[in-house]
Design a protein around this ligand. Sequence first.
Ligand SMILES: [Zn+2]
Length: 128
Amino acid sequence: MIRLTSNQRKVFEALEQAGKPIGAYAILEQTGFRGAIQVYRALEKLIDLGLAKKLESLHAYICVSQKAEIAPTAFAICDHCGHIHQLKEVREVRQLHECLAQMDFEVCRSVIEIHGACSTCASRKRNK
Ligand SMILES: [Zn+2]
């Protein structure tokens, strides 16, 4: 278990409770911090530790399960219901990282976001 400061823990718990990606201001509201800067600082650290990911396309953050040994490498985001599927061990992503390593390119962060319709929403659309 990684030791977190109380601010980092509060932000992590807010993300866990949300169970979906939430923005920094929603976190601010939940944690009751005085300023957004505290939220952003805690988020930065959680991202560094691999406990959270920023989904740029949604301007939101999502927590990554601490139980998972392998961090998710890609997120499939349903634009209809907001469901997010965390993909782990995607062979193509691993190949991409190997390719980058061969180029001597040091990856700082990488989040792959794929938008579309989840299986439930896709079948609902088909049956319309
Ligand atoms: Zn859906």
